[in-house]
Design a protein around this ligand. Structure first.
Ligand SMILES: NC(=O)c1ccc[n+]([C@@H]2O[C@H](COP(=O)([O-])OP(=O)(O)OC[C@H]3O[C@@H](n4cnc5c(N)ncnc54)[C@H](OP(=O)(O)O)[C@@H]3O)[C@@H](O)[C@H]2O)c1
Length: 437
């Protein structure tokens, strides 16, 4: 299959500034936000062990920068890059097609690959890692989760001596920005979303972020790297943050909590409990303190206990640092003949049936007997009420109140929620959030 974008090569020159005859040759495919930042670091760092030889992008003419050394080839022709003698290909075009074919062809032709492409790794990571191993080369993807936060290198190297059983994180900066803005300003969800879009933290169509698609792809990669489990992003249940209202932060505060989009995976034997969605977390916890668009990942290991990784989850420069660090790691491995130790990958049963306490928020048209009716349904399903919260001052025709439940499995709660969904006094669907303590 040809991955040829076009056959025009706009500049070819044999040398790249300083004498780097023994340097590891590196090609960059994709000169956008991250690609440009990677090129800057490679060109400015003075690192003699790496030599940027090609920059490849569609419609390359408009991409050229005067700060790139004259010897670097600017091209639209992916084939010419893959046919060259570069040792490392950096894939930064994103998406599945044609990134997947480019990465496969690079690995098959004996080149190591560094990518920041979460969609590609979440869907094809195990397969591509195997392809890399069978061709005696490396595939690194440290920037694909949490941007500049070095959590993937930590999972694959620094924590590989532990037996990890749990990973939880705030993996989507857009959701965290929106939720922390609703929290601090008590503005409606729609206003917080508009603000995030105006500041460039959310795309015009932010569904992938808001509905959990982005975070569950990242969770699948973390589970692969840290828990050695192979799962598709689609097998992880994702709940949207769209239903979270400013009043939920008032009620959460009464419980000593706030609300964050949490991605979590717990391995128990052959079952991987995994889920992404808004959760109540204690305000003074590590998750509760994460503001704006930062990312946080917590890991739990059998021997090393808990670890935390916090920082900028996106942005050209922080992400480029992670990419260049991967390139340096691969270059060192190539010169030292070092190989990654392959670990066995489990194909787990993926379940979202966590046992937690629950927050149920109702909006109802006020009438006698509402609490008694809800309590009756919960009791019939053997669910225990922990507390009942009702703030004064709301209109009687759409009154928000909250019931919290003692810990129970999701599968026990679900039938009760189904039964409640048809109640005539409800003016909005019940919002049901796990409470993580
Ligand atoms: N930005 C971040 O903060 C961040 C954080 C973590 C991970 N990542 C990942 O890093 C990767 C790059 O992201 P980015 O933000 O740099 O994206 P971007 O700004 O959209 O850059 C992508 C570049 O690739 C080029 N391109 C796209 N399709 C191509 C094709 N078929 N052939 C040749 N060139 C092509 C684009 O050209 P045009 O200019 O013509 O569109 C653009 O220059 C993605 O996988 C992304 O998920 C990004």
């Amino acid at each position: 299959m040809s991955t040829n974008v076009s056959k025009s090569v706009t500049k070819v020159a044999p040398e790249n500034g300083a004498d780097k005859s023994s340097a590891c040759k590196v090609a960059l495919i994709g000169f956008g936000t991250v690609g440009r930042a990677v090129a800057k670091i490679l060109c400015e760092s003075g690192n003699q062990s790496l030599q940027l030889t090609h920059i490849c992008n569609r419609n390359i003419a408009r991409k050229k920068q005067e700060w790139v050394p004259a010897g670097v080839v600017w091209t639209e022709d992916v084939d010419s890059v893959l046919d060259s003698d570069v040792a490392i290909v950096i894939e930064l075009i994103g998406g599945i097609n044609p990134a997947e074919q480019i990465v496969r062809r690079a690995l098959e032709s004996g080149k190591s690959v560094v990518t920041a492409n979460k969609q590609l790794i979440a869907r094809h990571g195990p397969d591509l890692l195997q392809l890399a191993a069978s061709n005696g080369v490396q595939l690194e993807f440290g920037a694909s989760v949490a941007g500049g936060v070095p959590v993937l290198p930590a999972l694959r190297a620094g924590l590989s001596g532990d037996r990890l059983h749990g990973i939880a994180g705030i993996l989507n900066g857009t959701c965290n920005y929106i939720l922390s803005r609703i929290e601090s300003a008590r503005i409606p969800f729609s206003e917080a979303l508009e603000e995030a879009q105006a500041r460039g933290y959310a795309e015009a169509d932010a569904s992938e972020d808001l509905d959990g698609g982005d975070a569950r792809a990242k969770l699948a990669i973390l589970a692969l790297a840290g828990l050695h489990t192979q799962l598709t992003p689609e097998s992880v249940r994702a709940r949207t943050i769209r239903a979270v209202d400013a009043v939920d932060f008032d009620y959460a505060a009464q419980l000593g909590c706030t609300i964050r989009q949490i991605s979590r995976a717990d391995l128990n034997g052959d079952t991987l409990f995994a889920e992404v969605g808004p959760c109540l977390v204690p305000s003074d916890s590590a998750f509760g303190r994460v503001q704006r668009n930062l990312n946080l990942v917590l890991t739990s290991g059998q021997y090393g206990g808990d670890m935390a990784f916090l920082g900028a989850g996106a942005g050209g420069d922080p992400t480029a640092v992670a990419v260049v660090s991967d390139v340096m790691f691969v270059a060192a491995a190539l010169s030292g003949g070092r190989r990654e130790i392959a670990s066995q990958v489990l194909r787990p049963i993926v379940s979202s049936d966590f046992e937690t306490a629950w927050y149920l928020r109702f909006f109802v048209r006020d009438q006698p007997g509402i609490v008694a009716r809800l309590a009756q349904i919960l009791a019939a399903h053997h669910l225990n009420i922990d507390s009942l919260l009702q703030k004064p001052g709301f209109e009687k025709n759409s009154l928000p109140f909250v019931i919290t439940l003692e810990p129970c499995r999701d599968s026990m709660l679900h039938p009760a929620l189904e039964e409640m969904s048809g109640l005539e006094f409800a003016t909005r669907p019940c919002l049901c959030l796990p409470i993580l303590r």
